[in-house]
Write a protein that binds this ligand. Structure first.
Ligand code: PMP
Length: 419
């Protein structure tokens, strides 16, 4: 495990952490904001807000082209984030870290480049029954274009992957396994390392969707041995519009580029065009420079806490949340009923109330949760529901936030006559 992810000296002072987030001072409908929707997007600490402002005040300019001082400084800042990320995810090469607009774009990049070049009629792509649409729609569409076959790893009733028949699902016909590292709905943490071993044994590649994992736990891609990995800055304290695609160098090298234009070429004539070296081959045009530079401040903030501390803290708070929700009559947790191998996305349904009504009621008490299908309609179908309510936690939440949720849910049931 790389040393960046551990910080034995950090003392977890939740009041200090909460005070880093100006938005948490806001009142919503006369109540202090209780933000439990970090699975959708996290709030930003003052360090990140300041870094964004500082970029525009001091070094703003385009990167990789100008020879003036500002161009050099912004290029260095942009590349510093890349180096930081490479370290943050286990010590991969900087050439293997590609900046995108987010997890969605990272996965589309793989589907449209590697997928177009490598998937043929009859090939099999293995998904799971708990994928976010971002790791489902690109593969279903690719399979339709190529007459390829989609297979699925089923889930158990308590929301874990069911690997009983895995040897029949991942076979020598499999070209790609695309799996979420942590479910945005169920919170389930999936055995990506084990699936990578099985995929590789069968000659297939594996892509993991890390949108809900990298923000919440130490992730070591060398240890997981995945071929592709995707995540988003905005779910880990950074700005929106920035994502990462990790790909193994030998695979990225052979892939055609995605977007065509400036910065991704080596030489251009009307007869012949050659591509830039990695990672620039996949970064056409002017990227979200301010976003990438600001992302570095988010990574530094997380380093200071230590990802092991983030994970330990959130696991305890998840256990507390589950315990509280289980005490409410009529409520069902959709996903594992314990905090083992699980993150802090806790979905639930109420036997009497629609999730949208739950969310609207909670908002009237200043509590932000998410309600809907969470971009996982196939999972909703498997769970026999059309929507869930979801509280999702991060490092700025504590037991008082969960107590507020608990009290409001009890009051809600009373209000709607379901005591
Ligand atoms: N995968 C998972 C598991 C997610 O939770 C999300 C965001 N809800 C995405 C992919 C898509 O991320 P983005 O919108 O940042 O591209």
């Amino acid at each position: 495990m790389n040393t960046e992810t551990t910080n034995k000296d950090f003392v977890f002072d939740i009041q200090k952490i909460k005070s880093d987030y100006p938005i948490l001072q806001r009142e919503i409908r006369g109540h202090k904001l209780v933000y439990l929707d970090s699975g959708a997007s996290t709030q930003k600490p003052i360090e990140v807000i300041n870094a964004h402002e500082e970029f525009f005040k001091t070094i703003n300019s385009n990167i990789h082209r100008g020879l003036h001082t500002l161009a050099e400084e912004s290029t260095n800042a942009y590349e510093k984030t890349r180096t930081h990320i490479a370290k943050f995810i286990g010590g991969v090469k900087t050439s293997e870290v590609i900046f995108t607009a987010g997890t969605t774009e990272s996965i589309n990049l793989v589907a449209y480049t590697w997928g177009e070049a490598n998937i043929s009629e009859g090939d099999e792509i293995v998904l799971t029954d708990m994928e976010h649409h971002a790791n489902l729609v690109p593969w279903v569409m690719l399979a339709q274009r190529k007459n390829a076959v989609i297979k699925r790893i089923p889930i158990t009733d308590d929301g874990r992957l069911d690997l009983t028949d895995i040897d029949k699902i991942i076979t020598e016909k499999t070209k790609l396994v695309a799996v979420t590292h942590m479910s945005n709905v169920l919170g389930t943490l999936n055995p990506v390392k084990q699936l990578a071993e099985i995929a590789h044994k069968n000659g297939a590649l594996i892509l993991a969707d890390g949108a809900q994992a990298v923000p919440h736990m130490p992730v070591d891609l060398l240890d997981l041995d995945v071929d592709f990995y995707a995540f988003s800055s905005h779910k880990m304290l950074g700005p929106t519009g920035v994502g990462v695609l990790f790909g193994k160098e030998n695979i990225l090298d052979k892939m055609p580029p995605f977007n065509m234009g400036g910065e991704m070429i080596s030489e251009v004539s009307f007869d012949r065009i050659t591509w830039a070296e990695l990672p620039h081959k996949f970064e056409a045009g002017t990227p979200n420079i301010a976003g990438v530079v600001t992302f570095d401040a988010a990574l530094t903030y997380l380093d200071e806490i230590g990802m092991d501390n983030v994970h330990t803290y959130e696991t305890k708070l998840t256990a507390y949340t589950i315990d509280k929700l289980l005490q409410i009559d009529g409520l069902k947790i959709q996903g594992p009923n314990n905090a083992i191998n699980r993150g802090g996305a806790v979905s639930f349904t109420d036997k009497d109330l629609h999730p949208h009504d739950i969310s609207t009621y909670l908002d009237s008490k200043g509590i932000a949760i998410r309600a809907g299908h969470h971009c996982a309609q196939t999972l909703m179908k498997r769970m026999g529901t059309i929507a869930t309510a979801r509280a999702s936690l991060y490092i700025y939440n504590d037991e008082s936030d969960i107590d507020a949720l608990f009290d409001a849910l009890i009051a809600m049931r009373k209000y709607f006559g379901h005591e």
